[in-house]
Design a protein. Sequence first.
Length: 166
Amino acid sequence: MILADTDTLSALAKVNRLPLLFSLLQATSLQIAPAVFRELAHSLNLRRRYVEEVLSLVSTGQIQVIPLTEEEVTFRDTLPGTLGVGERESIAIAKERGGMVLSNESRVAHCCQQYKIPCLRLPAILRALWVEGIVSKQEVQDIITGLQIEDRMQFKQSTLDAILAD
């Protein structure tokens, strides 16, 4: 089970590269927590066009909304309030069901590490895209430029160096 957080889905959708995530992960579907779905729906209400692609994948079943069990709700409620509800729900589902979390938030990665939950952050995804031959290194550079423009994402030079290192 691969639980995607709003930030990763939104960032890749903004640069029209969301399908690359499925190719890289060799997955026919991804999962999202109910709160992530609500965050995406809220973005649509704000007329953020990029979210239409994400929600169309929900309607076709390529992205599945996974309801929480009672145990997952209980665990979610023990997680730090500094995490968003979507992040806490994703972590809870991943912990209880042996899944992985996709997020670009360092605090999510830290929490996942604490509970021994695999977490894949955007820089690792970008690096893997070209290392695994899904796209060229140049295309990853183009994706990074797109993220900087469309998502106003900032990368430390050391992060860029790590993504593009031979």
